[in-house]
Design a binder for this molecule. Structure first.
Ligand SMILES: [Zn+2]
Length: 109
């Protein structure tokens, strides 16, 4: 399984961790739990753990293997893969458009 962790605050410009876990459901849960308590051995989740920044599992690719993980990592933009960030950016875009439209209603001069 390939999974994407979304952290609630960014650290050194990173806010996501893309990982891979092998095995059955219990193995995946174990792996995620280790990220949560800083014992997974993966550098980034450990750094987040030390800062006390929590995460949610933003997305999973159940059929994903190492090749999928590599491909997704090569995109170098986990934000685009993250449904949480996508909703946030749509919301801020909507807010921006609202302001922009209301400004247009103000008569010039
Ligand atoms: Zn995200």
């Amino acid at each position: 399984m390939v999974y994407l962790l979304h952290y609630f605050s960014s650290l050194h410009h990173a806010q996501h961790y893309l990982g891979y876990s092998q095995g059955v459901r219990d193995d995946h849960q174990q792996r995620i739990r280790k990220h949560a308590n800083g014992t997974s051995g993966a550098h980034l989740p450990q750094a987040f753990y030390r800062q006390g920044i929590p995460f949610v599992i933003a997305r999973t690719w159940w059929e994903g293997d190492r090749t999928v993980e590599r491909k997704l990592k090569n995109l170098k933009n986990a934000r685009l893969l993250c449904p949480i960030c996508r909703v946030a950016s749509l919301k801020s875009k909507a807010a921006y458009m609202k302001v922009w439209r209301s400004r247009r209603k103000v008569p010039a001069g």
